[in-house]
Write a protein that binds this ligand. Sequence first.
Ligand code: SF4
Length: 357
Amino acid sequence: MTLDGIRTLLRDGGRIDRDQARWLWQHATDAELRELAGMVRRRYHADDACTYLIMRIINYTNVCVAQCDYCAFYRLPGQEGGYVMQQEEVFAKLDELLALGGDLAGFNGGFNPHLPLEYYCDLFRNIRERYAERLEFYALTIAEFMYLADHAKLSFAQAAERFKAAGVRWITGGGSEILTEEFRRRHSKFKYTVAQYFEAQRALVAAGLKTTATMVIGFDETLEERLEHLERTRGFQDETGGLASFLCWTFKPYFTPLGGQLGNIEISTGEYLRHLALSRIYLDNVRHIRTSVLTQNERALEGLAYGADDFDLPIEDEVTQKAGATINLQFDRILDVARGLGFQPQYRHVARAAVGS
Ligand code: SF4
C-alpha cells in the first residue's frame, strides 16, 4: 500500500477501503491527509466554499433513565435538579435565537419516562404553527426518537408518521457516539444497539423525514471502532441515500463518570482534525462534512482545510456545556477566522431552503 496508490485511486473518483483508511491514519502526515481530503471535498464543493448557520440546542428535559457513563447532563427520575421545559420557555428561547440572527433549533433531552408522546407532538405542532418558515427545527435525536416510540408502544414507522403529522421534518443522527455494539456495552447499555439505531433511521428515511449522521470521538474507543463507525455510516448511505451530512465532535469529559476514570483528558485538536480528514475521505457518498465549533472553538475552522465544508455557530447546548464546552457569541470573529484561512462562509438558511444539514 502506498500513498501514491491511494492518491491515484481518489483522483480517479474511487473510494478507499478499511485497510487503506487504517494505513492512512497510521502513516499519512497531516499535510497528506489534508491533500487527500481536499480531493474528495472538491467532488462536491469549490475550494473556498463553506457554509454556516446560527443555531441553538434546546435541552427540553434533563431527566433520563439511560445512564450513559459519558454524560454529565442527566438526572434520574425524582432526583433533585431534574426539569422539564414548558412551551412558553421553549418559545422564549426560539425568539432569542431569531433575535440573534439564527434560524435552526435542535431539541435534545433525555429518555424521560414521564413525558408522553403528546408532549412532543403538541410542542412541535405549536412551533410549526407559531414560527411557520421563519425557523427550522431538529426534533430530537434518533436515540430519543427510539425511546419515545418504544415508550408509546409504536413501531418506528408509526412514530415517524405521528411526528410528520406534527410538522416535524428533521430528526438528527445524534445519540450514535461510536456505533459498535462493544462500545455501547461498555458505556451506554440502555441506549439501544447499533442494529436498532439503523433500523430506526431506516424507518425515518422511508417515512420521508430528513436525517444526518453523527459521531463522537475521544472516549476510549479504538481505531478499529472508529473505522467500524465510518464503515457502517457509509454502508447506510449507500443503501438509503438519506444522510444529509456528517458531524463529528469530541467527548467533553468533565464531571462525567467516564471522564473521571480516564483522567479528564481530551483528545487534541490535531487528532480531531486528522479524523475529520479521514472521515471526508472515507464518507465519499456524504455531501456535507461539518466541523464542530461547539467542542473545538475557533480551531474548528481549521477543519475546513481538512475536508469539512460546513459549521454551526451555537448559542447554547447544555449537554456539552455541562461537560466543559464553552460558547463564543462573537460570531464575526469566528467568521473572520474562516476568512483568514481562505474560505468564504455563506449563511445556510435551513428554514428557507431546507436543503440539508
Ligand atoms: S447522553 Fe443522553 S441518553 Fe445518555 S444519559 Fe445523557 S441524556 Fe441520557
